[in-house]
Design a protein around this ligand. Structure first.
Ligand SMILES: *[C@@H]1O[C@H](CO)[C@@H](O)[C@H](O)[C@H]1NC(C)=O
Ligand SMILES: *[C@@H]1O[C@H](CO)[C@@H](O)[C@H](O)[C@H]1NC(C)=O
Ligand SMILES: *[C@@H]1O[C@H](CO)[C@@H](O)[C@H](O)[C@H]1NC(C)=O
Ligand SMILES: [Fe+2]
Length: 455
């Protein structure tokens, strides 16, 4: 707690002192998709051209990565987004890098690492960021190799003219200038200006779309895919085209990944809104805007059929401010036998949305769905261990219980295991079609909810 308060105070001071200047702040790194590269993004409040000098630790700065600079205006504040890509990196090597006399370092992963750890969480605020101190401490101790933030970042990046986003990124700078920070947008990233704050503050692999909404990268045994549920969630604001653009890309990406299992046997997706959950407010998972993501609506195809057709192994979700693990489930058919996680017959999903939100305690229903395997609504975050080509482990760490592990499970599959052919042909939604009403239509929503509670 005291570290958190100290960090918060320091960051407020830092933000205040340099807010007019050319000092780089909010420095963070991320993968580009090419593991011999590292992207670095930073901010200044005045116009300046800055490059990144870098080199192996101990060898001095031997290379320069040209920095780009782009002004963007939000809430009357002009910020300069800077980005550079460090290239030609060697594997398993420590690098120092410098931006305008600020010094940072990171270590590259090994070539095609067969084993590594990932910090996974969603829904973490600047205020009330209960897991912040724990995540920073464990990251700096080398307990994970990169971070996946499942959307809802800072609450909100754009709040107070974007200054909450500035403060959040400064609090995390000691960690995310060192450990790659991979993000995906949540509903809170909609800043009513086309996700501008989300687009300008981050960099993701550019194989998806240049607005950071979706992308993929390969790392060792896993093909990682970031999916935007917000294209669905905000289709009434931004239209159906973003849904279709993503869907077409995703279908190609997953189909290719599915035929590339020899190199990367696992496909992991990460996205903000869940397909399933058993929270009290889960009107949520049964309500229009979430079922829309899973099953589709009108001309918009849902994501679950695609995940089944391409044998997606794992899906990580946020949005619900709790932790929930699911048995393999496909269109509400489930396998909850003791060996369900050995050669799973359907995707395994997990909600890790309890990192720290302003509206905590997403209460659970008395009776979980039969496909719900474990629930916990302490604050916390997850560590995903890719052990090798056949073994994946997930541990959930509780902040309320002094970093105790409150869930721990393995998913194991033989080389070449796929979900059944029947699963791959499944067409979710056919059994429970969405009503044809717009989700902003309250009366329709209410009737939909009544119907859903009977399902
Ligand atoms: C979470 O954070 C809030 C506000 O910072 C604090 O009041 C509360 O005690 C914290 N809860 C836990 C379990 O750490
Ligand atoms: C929002 O951003 C996307 C991607 O850059 C772009 O295609 C679209 O035209 C933008 N929409 C608006 C309303 O600015
Ligand atoms: C994969 O990891 C698991 C768990 O650590 C281990 O039991 C198993 O032997 C490993 N398999 C191989 C082929 O190394
Ligand atoms: Fe959310």
């Amino acid at each position: 707690m005291s570290i958190h308060i100290t960090l918060t105070v320091i960051s407020l001071l830092v933000t205040k002192c340099i807010s007019e200047g050319t000092t780089p702040d909010q420095v963070h790194i991320s993968f580009t998709g090419d593991m011999t590269e590292m992207a670095v993004v930073w901010n200044t409040f005045s116009e300046v051209s800055q490059d990144v000098t870098y080199g192996k630790t101990g060898s001095g700065a031997t290379s320069t990565a040209k920095g780009s600079s782009e002004a963007w205006v939000f809430g009357g504040i002009t910020r300069y987004r800077h980005k550079a890509i460090m290239t030609g990196l060697e594997y398993s090597t420590e690098y120092d890098y410098t931006i305008a006399s600020r010094k940072f370092s990171f270590k590259t992963l090994s070539n095609d690492p067969q084993s590594y750890k990932v910090c996974v969480f969603g829904d973490l605020g600047y205020w009330h960021g209960n897991s912040t101190e724990s995540i920073i401490k464990h990251g700096l101790a080398g307990d994970f190799d990169f971070i996946v933030h499942l959307g809802d970042i800072a609450y909100d990046l754009h709040t107070n003219n974007g200054q909450v986003g500035d403060s959040y990124l400064n609090v995390f700078e000691p960690l995310i200038s060192k450990v790659p920070y991979m993000v995906i947008a949540g509903n809170h990233e909609d800043d009513y200006q086309n996700f501008t704050n989300y687009q300008k503050r981050f960099s993701v692999p550019d194989n998806g779309h240049n607005d950071n909404q979706f992308y993929s990268f390969d790392l060792g045994p896993v093909h990682w895919v970031g999916v935007s549920t917000e294209t669905y969630g905000y289709y009434y604001e931004y239209g159906m085209d973003p849904v279709m653009t993503q869907y077409d890309w995703l279908k190609r990406d997953l189909t290719t990944a599915n035929s590339n299992r020899a190199a990367h046997p696992w496909i992991f997706t990460f996205q903000h809104r869940p397909f399933y959950c058993s929270n009290v407010n889960s009107a949520e998972c049964q309500s229009f805007e979430n079922r829309l993501v899973r099953t589709g609506w009108l001309d918009m195809p849902g994501l679950e059929p695609l995940f089944l057709q391409t044998s997606v192994d794992f899906g990580f979700w946020g949005h619900e401010h709790s932790y929930e693990r699911f048995y393999p489930v496909a269109d509400r058919a489930y396998w909850n036998d003791p060996n369900a996680y050995i050669n799973p017959k359907a995707p395994v999903y997990l909600i890790s949305g309890s990192a720290g939100c302003h509206t905590p305690d997403a209460l659970f229903t008395d009776k979980p769905w039969p496909w719900s395997a474990a629930r916990n609504n302490d604050y916390g975050w997850s560590i995903v261990t890719v052990a090798n080509r056949t073994h994946i482990r997930v541990e959930q760490i509780s902040i309320d219980k002094n970093e105790q592990t409150v869930d721990d499970f393995w998913v194991i599959k033989d080389e070449g295991h796929m979900h059944s052919g029947e699963m791959r042909r499944a067409n979710p939604g056919a059994k429970f079609p969405l009503q044809k009403c717009h989700f902003k239509d309250v009366a329709c929503k209410r009737s939909l909810k009544e119907i859903n509670e009977e399902l």
